[in-house]
Design a protein. Structure first.
Length: 102
């Protein structure tokens, strides 16, 4: 059985968390994968929402992504999503501090 053999009654609902200066490829890659999956009737098997703190999410490549839902609303509606996708790149800023030994 493949995805093309499935009749989709309710698509899988995916929330993608986006942040300012997120690399466009990190965002676009998963979107391409999920949005091009259809069943044999041509129906999409996934729906997707973009969650972010701000309405506009700038990328280093100059593309502006618009959110569908704010983070507070996402938190209140988590049970309505089947998949929560948090994309983290290797250059994601992480706070660190050093410990000195005497």
């Amino acid at each position: 059985m493949s995805a093309h053999d499935i009749t989709c009654t309710e698509p899988i609902c995916i929330a993608i968390i986006a942040w300012s200066q997120m690399d466009l490829l990190d965002f676009a890659g998963p979107c391409e994968v999920f949005l091009h999956v259809n069943n044999n009737a041509g129906e999409r098997l996934c729906t997707m929402l973009i969650a972010a703190e701000n309405q506009s999410i700038p990328t280093p490549e100059g593309v502006i992504i618009s959110r569908d839902i704010d983070m507070h609303s996402l938190n209140n509606q988590l049970q309505s999503f089947d998949v929560l996708l948090c994309l983290v790149a290797m250059d994601f800023p992480i706070q660190t501090h050093q410990t000195c030994r005497a």
